[in-house]
Ligand binder design. Sequence first.
Ligand SMILES: [Zn+2]
Length: 396
Amino acid sequence: MKKMIRRCPICNNEYGEVYKTIKMKLPQDVKLPDEYDVVTCENCGFAYADVDATQDTYNTYYACNNMYSADAALKEKIVDIIADERELFFENNISKNAKILDMGCGSGALLTKLKRKGFDKLFGIDPSQESIEVVQKHEINVQRGNVFDEIPRELVHSFDIVCFTAVLEHVYELNRCIEQLQGYLTKGGLIYLSVPSVEEFGKKYRPLAHYCNHEHINYFSSVSLDNLMRQHGFDVYLQQPKEYDGEDSKNEHEMDISCLYRYVGKEVKSEIKKDYIGRKSILNYLELEKENETKIYNKILDFIMRRQQKIIIWGTGAYTLQIIANIPQLSERILFFVDSNPLKIGKKIVGKEIVASSNIMKVGREYPIIICAIRGAKDIEKMLHEMNIENEYIVL
Ligand SMILES: [Zn+2]
């Protein structure tokens, strides 16, 4: 049990149980803490990252590191599958006449699908200018902004539905966020939320970076999500835990909680129900992690020890950032990092530059490569072959 730096973002309690310290080496332009504890709240059981930051820190980070924008390389099959599921959810549950706001609409994945299905009172808000321009091309009303901005007067209490999908796991101040969202809703209006489920932890082994990283700082179960929403006068309208399998179902399994909450008013105060799911899932995960993580770290150490030259690391996601922090010997051996996301090129991690893959052909031909990506490893391997890169490599 410890006194937490970040009070429970749901019930504001100060004490919690610590399970694991997450360490990472962030790119030098990222001004977020590079270490935090994964905890559960002693009072309500919510699992979250006890990170020493503020909401403003994250707002600045997302404004400058928009990996979700139109150009970013987030074109995985599973993202598409999830968007299709959301579309179906709306078709089955929402009237075509509803006035809908997608807060954090990105480049309009959901809005364009809804438009095609005949929903026509659509509106989007997103912090990214590039994203907004993409949405505008589809003739959907959109404006630039963040959920924490002051609500434009003409939008106050004016929507039947506010969508907030795949965002809440990134939010530092959950209570303030829900208050803001409620400000856009009409009386009796609905919030559509979708978050990754903490129950996925430990279902099968994946590097911890997949669940707990610098961006994902809240680990919801349906119990915790209800606790959060009920405190703000919302009632469950419809809730569906949803499991997705991507193309390669073994490696692309995701579990989301998608639900609609209805605003019934703050007069009805509801009791907090303790969440036991977060704790159980984290403990299951740590059990699995013990053997798997050691295996991966030994594989890396063995690989670099047997070779007396510099190495290239392909992939600069959270997995890489955590591996570098946990294997100090690795940093000095890195020649450079490779990433396919153009937004990352030129940035530095542990003083080493992130470059495009073409640099391997130019200056990296004789160096071994470590492919380090949770989801994209197969695609990277394919690229190596397509580019006729014959360097020795391993896949983590
Ligand atoms: Zn709590």
